[in-house]
Write a protein that binds this ligand. Sequence first.
Ligand SMILES: [Zn+2]
Length: 74
Amino acid sequence: MPLIHYTACPVCQSAEIDPALQAVDHTVSHESFAIWQCRQCTLRFTQDVPDAASIGAYYRSENYISHSNTSRVS
Ligand SMILES: [Zn+2]
């Protein structure tokens, strides 16, 4: 399953994001995952999450569409 690796805050789009803590999923996968925090809005979010579980993935794909629709000046 592909993972979402955030390079910007999913909420405010700031690139000032840092690892905040490491958590372990004791219930399902027993894998550890990283919680990152945004310096701008203090949001904490899970880094490298499966994309199906992520609202951020949907948000990012909408961003991608709006960027690709940018009209050219020639
Ligand atoms: Zn933010």
